[in-house]
Ligand binder design. Structure first.
Ligand code: ADP
Ligand code: MG
Length: 299
């Protein structure tokens, strides 16, 4: 491994220090046994001086962040500051937009995901993503929706029996199995919005990703479904890395270990303003912009 990441700005707190501090913010009640991330938890995903462009316009500028094992990072900031774009750069979804381009590096377990010869589909298998609106395939059964996540394995796809096991395991991890067992062959369309979103999480989990990217996963859900997804995020944190974009600051406080605040400048270039332990960022932000945003003064 090369030298440690240089912080993007003097205000970005040292992540090794940050990982030792467990925020005392209220937690979803379901997960009292979850352990705080170990101070020495390894960095799984790392962005270094990452910039993203659409054509000639730079929408995210020079972002450096490390995401550790068993750590949830919340990304907050006003609309248009580049949160989704950043997320999409972390699993090579950004490049699916014509004219989109990335500069800088992203590594997964020290491997450059943008290196020549690295298959973008393979990257997405290890860095899964779930979007704001649940996107089940309406004509497919619940089982096949989850199994669809395995399609990207191509020739390595498991047998039917193995697939059944993987589907069941993914549904269990997504806290949906109890609600759908016995009707796996029924259409996913019959599920509620919250169930559909957990189905999409199950689909992403089916390939056993190291990292799960969640882009405002509860924005379209009711409070009960939102709570289920939050509890799920807290559970998943026990054996993976989670990055969650949210507009809900209470949600960020509840589910995350670290929080990153993004803001677009006057030229609409998205920048990382502050990044640190969640409790610290919310209770003692270092930057005036962060203080203004979290107290609802703008955005
Ligand atoms: P956020 O998720 O924080 O709301 P986005 O990442 O969606 O922000 O957008 C960041 C900027 O990139 C915005 O100025 C938006 O208008 C622009 N943008 C997003 N998607 C595209 C696209 N497909 N083509 C051109 N510009 C885009
Ligand atoms: Mg967005």
């Amino acid at each position: 491994m090369s030298s440690a990441l240089q912080p993007a700005s003097p205000h970005v707190r040292d992540s090794a220090v940050a990982a030792t501090e467990s925020p005392r913010v209220p937690r979803p009640s379901v997960a009292p046994n979850a352990e705080a991330p170990a101070a020495n938890a390894r960095v799984r995903l790392k962005a270094a001086e990452l910039s993203a462009f659409f054509g000639s316009s730079e929408v995210v500028k020079s972002i450096s962040m490390s995401f550790r094992d068993r750590e949830v990072t919340a990304i907050i900031g006003p609309s248009g500051c580049g949160k989704s774009t950043l997320l999409r750069c972390l699993n090579r979804m950004h490049e699916t937009v014509p004219t989109a381009r990335v500069a800088g590096t992203v590594t997964l377990d020290d491997q450059d995901i943008y290196a020549r010869g690295v298959n973008a589909i393979e990257v997405r298998r290890h860095v899964g993503m779930v979007f704001q609106r649940p996107t089940p395939f309406p004509t497919m059964s619940i089982r096949d929706n989850v199994a669809a996540g395995l399609q990207i394995l191509g020739r390595e796809r498991p047998s039917k029996t193995e697939t059944d096991h993987i589907v069941e395991d993914a549904l269990r991890r997504a806290a949906l199995l109890d609600e759908v067992s016995g009707r796996l062959k029924e259409s996913a369309f019959g599920l509620s919005g919250g169930q559909q979103q957990r189905l999409c999480i199950a689909r992403a989990l089916a390939t056993r990703p190291a990292v799960l990217l969640l882009d405002e996963p509860t924005a379209s859900l009711d409070p009960i479904s939102t709570q289920k997804v939050e509890e799920l995020v807290y559970e998943l944190r026990q054996d993976m890395t989670v990055v969650i974009v949210t507009h809900n600051m209470q949600q960020a406080a509840r589910v995350s270990d670290k929080t990153a605040f993004f803001l677009a400048d006057e030229r609409r270039v998205g920048k990382l303003i502050e990044y640190g332990p969640t409790q610290q960022l919310f209770e003692q932000p270092e930057m005036q912009e962060t203080a203004d945003y979290i107290s609802g003064r703008f955005g």
